[in-house]
Design a protein around this ligand. Sequence first.
Ligand code: NAD
Length: 476
Amino acid sequence: MYEDLALYINGEFITGGGRESQDIINPSTLEVLGKLPHATEQDLDNALEAAQKAFESWRHSSPMERSEILRKVAQMSRDQADEIGRNITLDQGKPLYEAIGEVKSCADHADWHAEECRRIYGRIIPPRQPNVRQMVIREPIGVCAAFTPWNFPYNQAIRKICATIGAGCTIIIKGPEDSPSAVMAIARMFHEAGLPKGVLNVVWGVPAEISDKLIRSPIVRKVSFTGSVPVGKQLAALAGAHMKPITMELGGHSPVIVFEDADVERAAKMLARFKIRNAGQVCISPTRFYIHQDIFEQFKDTFTQTLADIKVDDGLKEGTDMGPLAHERRLTSMQQFVDDATQKGAKVLLGGEGRDDQKGYFYMPTVLIDVPKEARVMTEEPFGPIAPLVPFTDHQEVIQEANSLPYGLSSYVFTNNLQTAHMASNEIQAGMVNINHFGSALPEAPFGGVKDSGIGSEGGQETFDGYLVTKYVTQV
Ligand code: NAD
């Protein structure tokens, strides 16, 4: 059964009532899965009031109570992963094994927050005079407004919800309208786990209208967004105008550097599989491939062959490696990237087109060579299954090239030379550097970008930092 779609405000699931709604479309078949109600102005006011009221008691809740609820949700995520994953495949398109994997890995996120929220420590500062006691206390910041995207609908939402709730804050979250089942499932599980009413509220609607209203509201004290750089900058500006701290997990354009001493076959195969994960709609997807000239031909052949063997189909079908893009606008965007590159001299080695034999938003894995620097795909985040391959010879020049964009989210290095690995990890401007493997996005490790790719980290021991304020108390 597909999730019942509703608003979740003050502990109640709300549907109907003459509210506007939108159809939810399966991107593989274009079938309508359900209708998503949009919040009215009054619904948003109710959510704000509920979150504010709930904060008065939730801020004093024991970390043990918060931990217990988070643990229950972790276990429910594991128990219900198959069913929730199936719904994610239906409304987002990714293959079933990826969708189920997303839900299971999120159980670990909930567990991590359940553990770490019991360790939100303050400190004692040695006083200058006897009898004085100086303390630093970390307190929950208040009501948070969060906005999460459609590419990892479960993961992006649960990270923000667990961090907020674990810190003792309350939250109003606007999930992704295109793929809402994951956030609905999360709300249902927190409800069943006994979360007090008003601590978590879920709203849907026109993104710009909801974010504008929530960020301007004096009730909201913190803004957290995952999505594109342009939208992130707009929301950050509005939050800044109202002096509200932000966590921004924005886009990237992750460079891959394969040095001449790398294990070429292994790198090419691993990178090809990683590239098509979630049809390339991943903020940390490898997107600019710099390959040393000496190994370029070998890498190109293995990489292209591995992608040619990828089975692109409905994510529910057995054996599917890559599903459709999540919505029609991504399909248009892919063709524009490829057309722009070929007009500027690039050659299409593989793909470069959709699938005429299918109704859905399918785009084939695409490899481009001879891509000039001016091509849009080299400077704008493609967010799809396109891989431009570029040869290099000089180590310093390739690092400069990797750092040449305003993005700084993830990066990938393949080398068997320890000094080259050190040099690359020191010099690359990115929030995450993966050397010879892919190891980002674990609950215990910080996830976040630098430069235009964002502000703040999620996960790791930093995970609560954005949801706490520091209070200094001195007493005689
Ligand atoms: P988009 O910029 O229109 O939307 C991106 C996300 O932001 C969506 O979830 C959307 O609902 C939300 N959003 C848009 N305007 C908003 C507003 N004013 N207030 C609050 N939320 C708002 O782009 P899109 O076509 O949906 O996605 C494509 C682009 O988004 C990609 O190119 C990629 O850069 C970015 N993206 C990044 C991530 C990430 O994990 N960092 C995830 C999804 C999308």
